[in-house]
Design a protein around this ligand. Structure first.
Ligand SMILES: Nc1nc2c(c(=O)[nH]1)N[C@H]1C(S)=C(S)[C@@H](COP(=O)(O)O)O[C@H]1N2
Ligand SMILES: [Mo]
Length: 160
């Protein structure tokens, strides 16, 4: 496994939200952190991603969906994160994904990663994953679709 890969984990999706509070803590490489409430997240400029599927090992493939919410780069700028090379995304139920800076920027074929707050134009419910990480370039059966994101940590040094 290379340093920027998401560590392997049991591929059994948890259907139960870990509590009701969708606040997200964003931590900069320097260690400063800021807790953003749902209202604050909703106040950031939103990016829409069309044509996303949920390739769920739990209940099959569904979609296509249209997800929208602040892009990770928008969150980084809002929290004055500065330069970073990767981000670690954690949920309240202990799920984890690591994404590279490249996955947070748009490339020719794929849109940038967003913290989705809505699905098909409707506010996402907590049981749908509010707030749910969407990495459009991932082809790994939703292993980076972290539901109930509670922490986003931006990093600069090269990972082990
Ligand atoms: N917080 C959290 N996010 C998660 C998981 C999980 O267990 N906890 N499982 C992942 C996996 S393996 C899959 S297949 C999808 C399932 O999404 P669904 O529950 O919306 O079908 O969620 C992903 N995100
Ligand atoms: Mo999965």
């Amino acid at each position: 496994m290379s340093g920027l890969d998401t560590p392997p984990h049991a591929h059994e999706p948890n259907p139960r939200p870990p509590g009701l509070d969708p606040s997200v803590r964003v931590t900069s490489p320097g260690g400063q952190s800021e807790l953003l409430t749902l209202a604050e997240l909703q106040g950031l400029s939103s990016t829409e991603i069309r044509g996303c599927y949920i390739v769920s090992t739990g209940h099959g493939t569904s979609g296509p969906f249209r997800f929208a919410g602040p892009a990770l780069l928008t969150l980084a700028a809002h929290c004055q994160v500065g330069e970073f090379q990767w981000a670690d995304i954690r949920s309240g139920d202990g799920f984890f994904a690591r994404i590279s800076r490249a996955e947070t920027t748009e490339s020719r074929s794929d849109a940038a990663a967003v913290l989705a707050l809505s699905i098909d134009g409707r506010p996402m419910t907590r049981s749908q994953g509010l707030a749910r990480l969407i990495v459009p370039s991932e082809r790994d059966d939703a292993l980076k679709q972290v539901k109930w994101v509670s922490e986003i940590e931006f990093h600069v040094e090269s990972p082990d």
